[in-house]
Ligand binder design. Structure first.
Ligand SMILES: CCCCCCCCCC/C=C\CCCC(=O)SCCNC(=O)CCNC(=O)[C@H](O)C(C)(C)COP(=O)(O)OP(=O)(O)OC[C@H]1O[C@@H](n2cnc3c(N)ncnc32)[C@H](O)[C@@H]1OP(=O)(O)O
Ligand code: FAD
Length: 662
């Protein structure tokens, strides 16, 4: 059956006809300016004109091995296409285009992110000169090998050892137990010939804690594993199965002294240790990746939202008024309630990701001149935002799937794949509960410092013991954000009180911490969300002077929805601390419902402005033209089971069963 694709179906035409703002302007804001939109589109055009980058057959129908090879084919093609056209891998990462193409984890993602970032951030000048050109030109291919079978979160508990032998000026890398096996690193199994390896540094019998080493794993000609090294792939996962997540063991494997990354700490030839300016500088690559993940999570959420919102405008179901035609499901208030707060979250995360990037850039510049004072602030912000962004992207993506009913469960909707890929983000790069507990540590320290009269860094300055009272009317955006801040201050104060009470009653500080950790995680989550609200309000108010009134109104409504939704989610706390009363909450609930109806009118245009082309959405439900049913039908025809009318399985199993005398 041939597909006659209309320019765009009537439902979507009508939706788009109601647009009251300049879509291109909103696109530019999301990209970070017109020049960046233009650059992204140039990259997209180039990629779209490279057919080798696209799948002939859905990876769902490939074997485990073919899936990997197919993704490797596309990943290498992507790198050469970018290079030939004067772009870098970084352009593909920062515009999102590369990650959308390589849809399910890919064998070069760790190379272009954590491997290269470690070389750039942890090398001394000689190492940088030696390794960076090789890695940038893909002469060596690497990954970030930190996690072990026995330890992922607790980096200090890693078991792999790097023992210095001053007689040969080498480190001896060893995996003393099964639990010391490196486990999980992306692209470690079959792709990488190098890895940056986190191992416990031993000098003269003394352990100096985890340090990073550049280790060659495979021969550069034959790609065979080097002696003293065992490496392989860990097998199928929930998602991201196009990647070759791997395992790695060392058997007294020797590497030169100069292969320890020596920007921050050094070992001299005679085995003396030179301390870094801050003990956690070697965790820098993780921090940088967390910053990137906030963007990544917001992008993945936006893909799910485009799919679900367009589909909700095309799908008609049930009767709202008996006897009337079936309405678009987007007209149901419950459907709006499922989707639109997540649309607001996407915008909130995008603005917060940008603010975090600025903190990262500022802190990195400071580190260059020996200033370490911003490091705890960056660690807390990047940990909290990574956790909230991935939690919300996962939850939002699953809601989008559910909002598409049965068809959301189809692989061809692409929602399952977006979900499984982003679901890994809750665990990797610091498990979210663990990261929240790091934020909580910062909050409690800050709260206590404030009680002793110290000035607090900007992200926690609202926690000071005697904050100035809010002058903004409660129901204004600022007033509600101040109320949320008061709620967090109350929660942190309460956590501190409970901790102190437990210590006073004889518990050790560590036992008290564990006994309060559920509440502490809630504090960290609430603090991070308060920060996100602040960033959203600030960004919209700053843009107010420069953008057209239509775009400003849409952003103002999305920001308002985000804040109202947050206040409702936190109602219990806000009532307990007296920041709002029942009457205010009732009017906030009513306003939220009203706002859902207002935003619904332009919802399709808003997701259009996110500007992700069909080839990157890869969804039968979310394509620009809304031709949903034809696409679903055509995709089903590609199932290998439809190649013949009667399958082999019938002759092998079903027929014998039917003929058996049971
Ligand atoms: C370019 C962008 C690309 C974007 C691409 C996105 C696409 C994604 C594709 C990639 C796919 C997958 C990648 C996944 C890769 C990985 O998962 S790599 C492995 C990551 N592993 C982790 O994240 C481990 C998590 N654990 C930790 O970070 C630490 O162990 C933990 C912080 C939990 C505790 O560390 P300890 O060493 O045990 O800490 P303590 O000794 O207890 O000390 C705590 C104090 O140290 C401070 N601290 C901790 N970390 C940092 C840091 N990074 N910076 C600054 N300070 C830090 C902490 O605040 C405590 O300070 P205090 O004592 O309170 O003053
Ligand atoms: C798809 C994927 C890709 C990955 N890629 C890489 C990679 O490229 N390189 C690499 O080195 N690693 C990689 N990892 C590993 C990843 O970084 C770890 O899985 C992650 O850091 C969590 O560690 P864990 O698995 O040891 O979990 P655990 O730490 O064992 O966590 C299990 C549970 O214990 C809880 N828990 C642990 N510690 C605490 C605590 N202190 N307080 C309270 N609760 C706690 C956690 O909250 C969680 O609920 C990857 C993982 C995945 C899933």
């Amino acid at each position: 059956m041939s597909v006659v694709v209309p320019e765009c179906c009537d439902d979507l035409k009508r939706e788009r006809g109601r647009c009251l703002f300049n879509k291109e302007e909103l696109t530019n804001i999301l990209d970070g300016g017109p020049k960046l939109t233009e650059k992204r589109r140039r990259i997209e055009k180039m990629l779209i004109n490279t057919p080798e980058l696209f799948d002939d057959v859905s990876p769902d129908y490939l074997s485990h091995e073919d899936r990997y090879s197919n993704e490797l084919r596309k990943a290498t093609q992507l790198m050469t296409t970018l290079e030939k056209n004067g772009f870098t891998y970084n352009d593909a990462v920062t515009t999102g285009t590369g990650l959308w193409l390589l849809m399910d984890g890919n064998p070069l993602s760790l190379h272009i992110s954590m491997f290269l970032d470690t070389i750039k951030g942890q090398s001394n000048p000689q190492q940088l000169q030696e390794w960076l050109p090789l890695a940038e030109k893909f002469k060596i291919i690497g990954t970030y090998a930190q996690t072990e079978l026995g330890h992922g979160t607790f980096v200090r508990g890693l078991e792999t050892t790097a023992t210095y032998d001053s007689t040969t000026k080498e480190f001896v890398l060893h995996s003393p137990t099964i639990t010391a096996t490196k486990w999980w690193p992306g692209a470690l199994g079959k792709t990488s010939n190098h890895a940056v390896v986190m191992a416990q540094l031993y000098l003269g019998g003394k352990c100096y804690g985890p340090h990073i080493f550049m280790v060659q794993l495979r021969d550069l000609e034959t790609h065979r594993t080097l002696p003293g090294i065992v490496v392989g792939e860990i097998g199928p996962r929930l998602g991201m199965n196009s990647n070759d997540n791997g395992f790695l063991q060392f058997n007294h494997h020797r590497i030169p002294l100069t292969n320890m990354f020596m920007k921050h700490s050094q070992v001299t030839e005679d085995g003396k240790y030179v301390k870094p300016l801050h003990s956690k500088l070697s965790y820098g690559t993780m921090v940088q990746t967390r910053v990137g993940i906030v963007y990544h999570a917001s992008r993945e959420l936006s893909r799910a939202l485009i799919i679900a919102i367009r589909y909700s405008a095309v799908r008609h179901q049930s009767e709202m008024v008996p006897g009337d035609p079936e309405p678009q499901i987007l007209d149901y208030q419950t459907q709006q309630y499922k989707l639109l707060p997540h649309l607001a979250s996407f915008f909130a995360l995008r603005f917060s990701a940008r603010a975090l990037l600025e903190v990262f850039i500022g802190t990195s510049a400071g580190l260059g001149s020996g200033k370490m004072n911003m490091l705890p602030e960056l660690h807390a912000l990047s940990s909290g935002l990574k956790a909230v962004a991935t939690n919300d992207a996962v939850k939002g993506t699953d809601i989008c799937r559910l909002a598409c009913g049965g068809h959301g469960y189809l692989s061809s909707s692409n929602l399952p794949r977006i979900y499984t890929a982003i679901a890994a983000g809750i665990t990797y790069e610091g498990e979210n509960t663990v990261l929240f507990l790091q934020v909580a540590r910062y909050l409690i320290k800050s709260f206590r410092a404030s009680s002793q009269g110290q000035t607090l860094p900007f992200s926690v300055s609202y926690l000071r013991v005697q904050p100035p009272s809010s002058h903004a009317p409660l129901m204004s955006d600022r007033g509600l954000v101040d109320a949320l801040g008061a709620g967090v201050r109350w929660m942190v104060g309460e956590a501190e009180r409970r901790l102190q009470q437990l210590v006073d009653s004889g518990h050790s500080p560590h036992a008290a911490w564990n006994a309060c950790s559920v509440h502490l995680v809630q504090c960290a989550d609430a603090h991070t969300r308060y920060y996100i609200c602040e960033q959203f309000v600030d960004a919209v108010s700053k843009l107010g002077e420069t953008v057209s009134s239509g775009v400003h109104e849409v952003l103002r409504q999305l920001c308002r929805l985000y804040i109202l939704h947050r206040v409702i989610q936190t109602a219990g706390i806000l009532l307990r601390c007296g920041a709002v009363d029942g009457k205010a909450l009732t009017s906030i609930e009513e306003e939220e419902c009203h706002l859902l109806a207002t935003l619904r009118i332009q919802a399709v245009s808003i997701v259009d402005a996110i500007d992700i082309k069909d080839v990157f959405l890869k969804s039968t439900l979310g394509a620009w033209d809304g031709n949903v049913y034809q696409r679903i039908y055509e995709e089903a025809q590609k199932s290998p089971l439809n190649k013949s009318d009667v399958t082999q399985g019938y002759y092998q199993y079903l027929r014998p069963l039917m003929k058996a005398n049971l």
